[in-house]
Structure formats: C-alpha cells, structure tokens
Design a protein around this ligand. Structure first.
Ligand code: SF4
Length: 506
C-alpha cells in the first residue's frame, strides 16, 4: 500500500506547474519544428519561428512561455489502495501546489483567476482555485495529469449535440473557421464524442493531455473509426488554410486528439476544445517514494535557427508617426515598432468607459491621443528584467470600445492578436486607423523588445493596469489596414487546399 505524503503531493504539483510554465514538451517542440520546416507562407513561417525561438528562450531563461500562464486543470486518478498522510483534501492540496507555484520568487507566474465571475471579478492573486477532476481506480498509485490552459484557447471551446446520423467531420469543419485565431494556432484540437454534454466536454479536455503522435498513427495505420477520424480531421483542418496565428498557411493543427464514450441511442454529443501555441501539460505518478521529477527536453529538440526580423520589415518610430503615414501600410506588412505605446485590456477599457459615461476625467498620465494601445497583461518582472513576458491578448474582446477609443479619445491604432469583429473593422476603416498583430505565444521574445515600463493608471487592476512601454523593434504585422482589409479574412482562402494530406506523404 502506497503512503502519499501531503508535502510530496503539493511539491510535485508546484514543480510540475513551474516546469510547464517554461518547458514545452518534446513532442510539441518537434512537431512545431516540423511545421516550420514545411511552411510555405512567409507570414506563418515567421510566426512559427517566433514561437519556437520564444520556446527555447523560455526554457533557457526559466520564464513563462506566455504572459497568460493559464488556469490549472488537473486530472487525478487515485488508486483504491492508496493511503494519505494529509490533513487536507486532494483538491485543497492541488490548490496549495498552485499557490506555491504561482507565487515563486524566481519565476512568479501571472495570476489570472477571478472570483465572483458574474459580479466583482476580483483576482484571487495566487491563481487558485484549480479545476480538479478526481477518479478512483484500482491500484496503489496516484496518477496526475496537469495543465495550465490559456484563456484565449479555452474561450473557443465548442459543444453541440448532433443527431446520430449527422457528420462529425462536417460539424468540426464548420466550427473551426468560426473560432477564428484567438486560440493561437498552430496547436492541438481535442475532441470528446459521446457520453452526455458534460462528459463530452471532459473527454475533449482530457484528450489534450495525450502526446502528439499523428505521424506514428499514420505510419501504423488506423485501427478503428476514432483513429480514422483523427487522420481525416487533421488533413481537412489543415487544408482550410487558416495557418499559424490565422495568417494563412499550411499548418493549423499539429494533431487532433479524440476520446469517446458510449452515449444514448438518440443523441451524439460532441465537444471540441483547442490547445494553443503555449500548450502546457505534463503527467506523473506518485507511489509513495517521494515527490515527482520531470525530464527536461533536450536542447537539440529546438531548431538551430533563431528568429530575426525579416529584411522587408519596416522600421516605424511611434513617437513621430502621423496618421498620413499609416495610410501607406498594407494588410500583411511586417513592422518593427520603436517608441512609446500604452497598454490596456479588458479591465482598463471598462474603467475608461465608466469614467467617460459619468463625465469624469481620465487619470493624470493617460494621454491617449495619437497613441497606439497594446492589448496585454504582462507577467511581473524579476531580477534585471524591464517587464516579464508580455505577448498580445485577443483583440476582439475590445471591439465594443473601438468607437470610444478612436472617436472620443483619438488613439491612432491598436495592437493585439487574432481577428476583429466586422463592426470593429468598419470602425477602424471609418477613422483611418489600423490594427496590428503580435504573435500569441511569443510573449518572452516580445518582452525583450520592451526597453522601459511604468504603470500609468489603474494599478489596482494588477496585470490589467495601464502601462507605458517604450519599445525598440517590436515585431508586429498590419492585420487590418486603413482600408479595412483584414489578413484574417483574406489569408485562409489564399492557402486553402494547399497542405499535403499526411497519408499521401512519402
Ligand atoms: S498562446 Fe495564446 S491562447 Fe495560449 S496562453 Fe498564450 S495568449 Fe493565450
């Protein structure tokens, strides 16, 4: 009978979360490197190399892969013969491990969890509570699968109940384009088929804990309907042409994972949850012999080539930029930004809107006219860092504020990730503004372009406070130009049906 000590359990959870905050798993790195090798789209290839370079920098620097360090999801299988030496419940021990991991001094992780979700939405400050699923099984060990799931990809979760004779493939190919690029592809799509509504969602999430193995599956051949579906969906999703970050390209998914379960004869529940460029998960077993240890990926797993700006990227001085100059920018142009910009995301936009509504002045220090707003919630700095990892968050969440920001406050443009809604694109066009995209999942790399940082307003919002950043050669792309032309609506059709199905590769 294994005796599991509280200290070993908590330390293992904490170490696992620190580990996955800066190490991608080897299967993920190799798969992303393969996607880089075969990519033909210049913009997608550049984005993938940013993701890979960022991944290696994080591994070497022990700093988060992404500024969104995720919501913790743990699947725990407890052997019936396990005995616990603990005065805490399993769920409480997981939360202790989360708290310990997210408040580490050497590598603090961004707390992103808010309590009272329908009300005050107050940050819990230590990223607790986790989402813990516990199952009792036969045996005398504890098996733990743990992940730190990014909000951008989690927000794209899908569910429906099909009629038994409906096509699963048709449904998946309908919802994937509708999901846009806010889930930061290339990544993994997890699918749960069968059970009931909640079971299908759980299966989809659990399937994301499995390693990437689509190539070995193709090599040995599908042995059942689920494996056939995986290969078919992998090929068909990639042939949609969405590509890295939605910039158009050959690889949208690195793998499609599916788990299934028997269901009622009258229904076919199906859930789909994507995992992003910051796919972070690991698993370990506790057998009473002490805390878990984690295998560090070999440095040879990453490509030798590191990201550097493309020759054709235009250098832009934000401090002298005028509205006339941005009219010359075209959708798909690569830019390197230098100068000052302001940050704001959901919380700060809401505060500004509330102040304007009440007829009150904005806090001293917010001078928005002719400024670019970067949608970001950075990780706190450590040691000699200017700021911690600081990649873009999803732009469309700020769509409702575009009229206010452009018409009333006179900003020049915005920087985020993924597509904007049609109304926001029309507003951008109306005010001759632009929307620029940085690469989601390249947060540590982007943070190295930030040369100074200070909070200018709403410090009570924590990571959602407004900062003034000074940047040098920050890499972005024009994703909506002053004519309202958007890369996200144009690019997939250019790359549709260009990927080569894997079962026809030599
Ligand atoms: S890669 Fe994108 S979706 Fe994933 S955690 Fe980072 S910002 Fe969120």
């Amino acid at each position: 009978m294994a005796l599991i000590k509280k200290e070993d359990f908590i330390l293992s959870i904490s170490d696992a979360l620190q580990f996955i905050s800066y190490y991608h798993s080897e299967d993920f790195i190799l798969s992303m490197a393969e996607a880089y090798e075969k990519e033909k789209s210049v913009l997608a290839k550049d984005a993938i190399l940013q993701i890979l370079t960022n991944s290696k920098m994080s591994a070497l620097g022990h700093r988060p892969i992404c500024q969104d360090t995720g919501i913790v999801v743990a699947f725990i299988e407890v052997g019936m013969d396990v005995q616990w030496l603990s005065d805490l419940s399993i769920e409480d021990m997981v939360n202790e491990g989360v708290k310990h991991a997210y408040t580490q001094k050497d590598n603090p992780l961004r707390p992103s969890i808010v309590s009272d979700p329908a009300g005050k939405r107050q940050n819990t400050n230590d990223n607790t509570p986790a989402i813990t699923h516990i199952k009792v099984i036969k045996g005398d060990k504890v098996h733990i699968s743990i992940s730190a799931k990014g909000g951008g990809s989690e927000n794209k979760a899908q569910f429906t109940t099909l009629n038994p004779s409906d096509s699963i493939v048709d449904w998946v190919l309908k919802v994937i384009p509708e999901m846009g690029a806010g889930w930061c592809p290339p990544g993994i799509v997890g699918i749960g088929i069968g059970g009931t509504a909640e079971k299908a969602m759980l299966l989809a999430k659990e399937s994301l804990m499995l390693p990437i193995d689509i190539h070995s599956l193709v090599k040995r051949g599908a042995k059942n309907k689920i494996e056939e579906l995986r290969i078919e969906l992998y090929n068909k999703i990639n042939s949609l042409g969405i590509g890295a970050q939605g910039f158009g390209g050959l690889t949208t998914v690195l793998d499609v994972k599916i788990m299934d379960y028997p269901c009622h004869a009258s229904s076919l529940p199906i859930a789909l949850i994507p995992n992003c460029a910051a796919t972070r998960h690991t698993d370990f077993i506790l057998d009473g012999s002490g805390p878990a240890h984690f295998k560090i990926p070999s440095l040879n797993s990453w490509p030798k080539k590191a990201w550097a700006p493309q020759m054709e990227a235009k250098r832009i001085n934000l401090d002298t930029l005028d509205k006339a100059s941005i009219k010359g920018w075209k959708e798909g142009d690569l830019l390197l930004l230098s100068g000052k910009l302001l940050t704001a995301r959901d919380g700060a936009h809401k505060k500004i809107a509330d102040l304007l509504k009440k007829g009150e002045a904005l806090p001293v220090g917010i001078k928005l006219r002719n400024k670019f707003i970067y949608y970001v919630g950075p990780v706190d700095a450590v040691r000699n860092e200017v700021i911690g990892p600081a990649g873009p968050t999803t732009g469309s969440r700020m769509d409702q504020f575009m009229e206010m920001m452009l018409a009333e406050l006179g900003i020049m443009g915005t920087i985020g990730k993924a597509e904007r809604g049609e109304r926001a694109v029309q507003t951008i066009k109306k005010y001759q503004s632009v929307y620029l995209s940085a690469v989601g999942g390249a947060a540590y790399l982007v943070s190295k372009a930030i040369t100074s940082s200070k909070v200018v307003a709403f410090s009570e919002l924590g990571m959602e406070a407004m900062y003034e950043f000074e940047v040098r050669d920050m890499p972005v792309m024009v994703s909506v130009d002053t004519h309202g032309k958007s890369i996200y609506s144009e690019a997939p059709s250019r790359w549709k049906n260009k990927s080569i199905p894997i079962n026809s590769l030599k």
